[in-house]
Design a protein around this ligand. Structure first.
Ligand code: BG6
Ligand code: MG
Length: 221
């Protein structure tokens, strides 16, 4: 059995859904009467839907009733699902399938560790669901990233110690969660934004062919 395993975030790592989350939140912010920029959006990446709304309302310095909050959360997901329903394998991010192939060849198991409650649906839309050893999503956790819970459950599914897991993340909250879990964190995206990660790459095409060798040689990370 391999002594290491991989946990993948979904949105912004495996599939290009981060842009749809952004569009749906931006739309809502504009309807509430304030601007919502890509820089603001970084704070929402990796964060649960409910927490995202809290952050968004803080950005707009806006308070609304609980009823209105519930309405907005439903509307956000409806808008998001309109984008998602049109997705297909062409929206798998560059390098993702090749990376899964490499892991398969090396016999390294991988699971999903996503904050999204839509994760299983999305993975099925892009025809990758069957490839994962397990799925941990927004329905499986009680504490959202940056809490490490999602990744610790992932390690259990891999039957590995947290120290033996490598996490691929595009979100500040996700890198923080991986670090808290004492896993190796790989930041995918802007290096300055994800400066807390152990390794940084702009995207998955940049992962060297032999990247996992050093971890396998060490047996445990
Ligand atoms: C994360 C995204 O993967 O999932 C966040 O990075 C999103 O932007 C979160 O808020 C929850 O997703 P969903 O699909 O349950 O609204
Ligand atoms: Mg993400």
């Amino acid at each position: 059995m391999n002594t290491i395993g991989v946990i993948f975030d979904l949105d912004g790592v495996i599939v290009d859904t981060a842009k749809y989350h952004f569009l749906a939140w931006k739309n809502l912010a504009n309807n509430l009467g304030f601007e919502f920029t890509e820089a603001h959006n970084e704070l929402l990446k990796g964060v649960s839907r409910v927490r995202s709304l809290e952050i968004l309302l803080d950005i707009g310095k806006t308070t609304i009733s609980d009823t209105k909050r519930q309405e907005i959360l439903i509307k956000k997901n409806e808008d998001y699902l309109k984008f998602i329903s049109k997705m297909g394998p062409e929206e798998i991010l560059p390098g993702a399938e090749k990376l899964l192939d490499t892991l398969d060849q090396l016999g390294i198991k991988y699971v999903l560790g996503s904050a999204s409650k839509n994760a299983p649906y999305i993975l099925k839309k892009v025809n990758l669901f069957h490839r994962f050893q397990g799925i941990v999503d927004g329905n499986s956790v009680s504490k959202a990233k940056p809490d490490p819970e999602v990744f610790l459950i992932g390690a259990k599914k891999l039957n590995l110690k947290p120290e033996s897991c490598i996490v691929f993340e595009d979100a500040i909250a996700g890198v923080e969660a991986a670090n808290k879990a004492k896993m190796t964190s790989i930041g995918i995206g802007d290096k300055a934004t994800l400066s807390e990660a152990d390794y940084n790459f702009n995207d998955l095409t940049e992962i060297p062919e032999n990247f996992f060798e050093k971890f396998l040689l060490k047996k445990t990370i």
